[in-house]
Design a protein around this ligand. Structure first.
Ligand code: ADP
Ligand code: MG
Length: 611
């Protein structure tokens, strides 16, 4: 007796819908992708109750004639691929021919469509996969699809829907992805009869991002240098050093125009940012990667959310390199701004670090609206600058601690070898350096600043001759688990460069006889175990240099910096100068900000001078 049978067509579509259509946002994704593939210039999406009661997508694309409209509802019916060769090089967003029949099988569905030159269009009404009506209809050229009561015929699926708010957020995120991926197309989004956004066709990605997220975000982005002649082309915008988010919501990567998730991409972004990103935070990226369609497989996920690269390493390297360069350019830009030849005229007496090129204050009337410019940051965000520098490893211990919150008066004017100018007001709570610049108040976290300076100094030394190390009075031996032992052996050279003298001492046993001079550890063995624990997860697949950086970042904070050390005026000045010479002055090695700007505009708002 045969027990196997073919599924009825509708049931097969419902099964397929299980993969393709998870929630209202998936319907929006599929319909908008179809509109984009139909070369629409304008796409309007309206939803009611988080898309659960209604999703309507209207486009002005190419439309369909009656035969095609009927065919579009058949499973595996598509106009986008014909042969297996087409599948190997897909240029459209859709290709599976599954979306429309899947959606129509789990909802009350209505499609009206008309080609531009046709006398009449077509209207098709479907309920739970069964075609109920086919007739003339459709006024404007293009296609309109309405999806009502999603999963009305599948109560089990319906139960998996989240609250209207959550579904709405998912759906809006999906639209953001599509609108970012296609700045040239006008998008409108209406939720429960209210217009949420209306985006005109934008001349550039930057304009689209500004329309979607506002000017403030745009100011915190850097354009990446385009790789246009390479096999892997990259363009787009990324957050400056220190700009980060708690979720992945603004970590957008498009591969051949398709918004995708892929572990290779995520890891490459992290590596590109490295210490410019706070732990547990996500970068802000709007990156577009274009490569030969044959070099990327998009047919690995039913909802086409994931891709597989033929050469993941090449993709990773291209991204890491692009991000590093962009952060570097941000740093140069920043440095230039800081060196703008400006004067301070608003403040009362106080120290000024002035360029030798600028006449002393007493002799010249000083124009208003001046002071060195720092780009505006907020409490969570920061940016970058650089230039190689030599620094002392430690700041001299203070002899005359300053009082908390005090202002230094009658300080001599200090000429610096750099042409930077800023005015130090004082130190708050023995920790925060207060400075004035053209935009208002700058707060520097002395501790974080010190960490960044030490980090870069140690990294430089590691690259050059190795970190100075100090012999232990008594060398110590210890045993490690086989995997850890293997790790130590593999990374012995890096550990040596880091000033850690460790060598094999029998099977899985080691002897440690020196440590970096700057460390103050009472128990070298415990310290070593911690280092190994912390680093072995980080070291998978990364270079020795990366590993070294990671190690410095991890040890610098805990062992090398004393917080709340009151510094003398000259030391504070030095600290700030040193910080400004760092590669990434705006964040500590863990990505936390070192400086915060509070603009005059913000102060005016707080004091109610301006609303
Ligand atoms: P796919 O997009 O994978 O081809 P779909 O089920 O999403 O499969 O759509 C089936 C076909 O219907 C498409 O290939 C396309 O020819 C047509 N179609 C769907 N939506 C539209 C639209 N908005 N405008 C014009 N044609 C459309
Ligand atoms: Mg499609």
């Amino acid at each position: 007796m045969s027990r196997i049978r073919l599924l009825p067509e509708i049931l097969a579509s419902q099964v397929a819908a299980g993969e393709v259509i998870e929630r209202p946002a998936s319907v929006v994704k599929e319909l908008v992708e179809n509109s984009i593939d139909a070369r629409a210039r304008k796409i309007e999406v309206s939803v009611r109750r988080g898309g659960i009661s209604l999703i309507r997508v209207v486009d002005d694309g190419c439309g369909m004639d009656r035969d095609d409209a009927l065919l579009s509802l058949e499973r595996h019916a598509t106009s986008k691929i014909r042969t297996a060769d087409d599948l190997a090089a897909i240029a459209t967003l859709g290709f599976r021919g599954e979306a429309l029949p899947s959606i129509a099988s789990v909802s009350r569905f209505r499609l009206t469509t008309r080609e531009a030159d046709a006398v009449a269009g077509t209207e098709i009404i479907v309920a739970g996969g069964k075609i109920e009506t086919v007739r003339d209809g459709g006024e404007a050229p293009g296609t309109q699809i309405e999806v009502r009561s999603i999963f009305y015929n599948l109560p089990a699926r319906r139960k998996f829907l989240r609250s209207e708010n959550t579904e709405s957020r998912n759906l809006e995120h999906q639209l953001h992805l599509q609108a970012t991926g296609h700045p040239g197309i006008a998008f409108a989004f209406v939720r429960d009869e209210r217009v949420v956004f209306q985006l005109p066709p934008a001349p550039s990605l930057l304009d689209r991002i500004r329309d979607l997220h506002g000017k403030e975000l745009v100011d915190r982005l850097l354009a990446v240098e385009e790789r246009s002649d390479a096999a892997i082309q990259i363009r787009g915008l990324i957050g400056r050093a220190g700009v980060s988010r708690q979720t992945r919501a603004q970590q957008l990567v498009f591969v051949n125009g398709r918004s995708v998730e892929n572990p290779v991409l995520t890891a490459a972004l992290r590596e590109g940012y490295h210490t410019a990103l706070m732990k547990g935070q996500f970068p802000v990226t709007f990156l577009f990667i274009d490569l030969d369609p044959a070099a990327v497989d998009v047919n690995v996920h039913p909802a086409k959310r994931e891709v597989r690269f033929r050469d993941p390493n090449a993709v990773r390297e291209a991204i890491v390199e692009t991000i590093r360069r962009a952060l570097e350019s941000g740093r140069r830009e920043w440095q230039q701004q800081f060196r703008a030849p400006v004067l301070s005229g608003t403040a009362g007496p106080g120290p000024i670090f002035s360029s030798p090129a600028i006449p002393p204050r007493a002799e010249s009337p000083i124009p208003a609206a001046t002071g060195a410019r720092l780009p505006v940051l907020d409490t969570t965000e920061a940016e970058s600058l650089s230039s190689p520098t030599t620094l002392p490893l430690r700041h001299v211990a203070p002899e005359t601690p300053t009082t908390s919150g005090s202002r230094w008066d009658n300080q001599p004017e200090v000429s610096s070898p750099h042409s930077q100018q800023f005015q130090i007001i004082g130190v708050l709570s023995k920790l925060y350096v207060l400075m004035e610049n053209q935009d208002g108040l700058v707060l520097v976290d002395q501790h974080a600043a010190h960490e960044r300076i030490l980090f870069e100094e140690l990294r430089r030394r590691m690259e050059e001759q190795g970190v100075p190390s100090q012999r232990l009075l008594l060398s110590q031996t210890f045993e490690l688990a086989p995997r850890d032992a293997e790790w130590v052996e593999r990374n012995a050279a890096t550990l040596q460069k880091m000033g850690i003298g460790i060598e094999p001492f029998g099977p899985n046993a080691f002897k440690i006889d020196s440590l970096p001079t700057f460390l103050e550890v009472s128990d070298p063995v415990t310290f070593m175990r911690k280092v190994i624990d912390g680093l072995k997860s980080a070291s998978n697949g990364s270079s020795a240099m990366r590993l070294g950086e990671e190690m410095i970042a991890k040890t610098v904070c805990r062992h090398a910096v004393k917080a709340n050390d009151p510094l003398r005026y000259l030391e504070v000045e030095k600290l700030i100068m040193d910080l400004l010479q760092c590669d990434l002055p705006y964040c500590c090695p863990h990505g936390r900000p070192t400086m915060i700007q509070i603009s005059l505009a913000e102060l005016e708002k707080k004091f109610g001078r301006k609303v």
